[in-house]
Design a binder for this molecule. Structure first.
Ligand SMILES: [Zn+2]
Length: 110
């Protein structure tokens, strides 16, 4: 195998800085949440994204969406009845909008 040529980097270009991201705990996604949400997604019926299902699509749920945006409200965040199994796509598409609005968008198409 020939050696791969070194990646060219102009001398004026500064070294890329290591990306600093706040830890999961700092972002409010700490141990208990992670453990609980993982358990939630392993529960029967929570393997598929509920929002995709509404559109007749099937995608594996990889995250937990908050039906009512918790906006830092700890009780609301950890309330399982406020959770919905969601794929990453729907989760980020919904953002912290009210679920009614998002569902309307999904079912009526925009
Ligand atoms: Zn989805």
């Amino acid at each position: 195998m020939p050696n791969r040529p070194p990646i060219f980097r102009p001398s004026w270009l500064p070294e890329p800085k290591p990306r600093k991201r706040p830890s999961a705990a700092q972002r409010g996604y700490d141990g208990p949440w992670q453990k609980k949400s993982r358990q939630y997604l392993n529960m029967r019926g929570n393997q598929e994204c509920v929002y995709c299902k509404m559109q007749g699509k099937f995608r594996p749920a990889t995250c937990v969406d908050h039906i009512i945006p918790h906006r830092g409200n700890e009780a609301l965040r950890m309330d399982v009845t406020n959770w919905a199994a969601s794929c990453l796509r729907c989760n980020s598409r919904k953002g912290d909008r009210p679920v009614e609005q998002f569902v309307k968008e999904l079912t009526h198409g925009t």
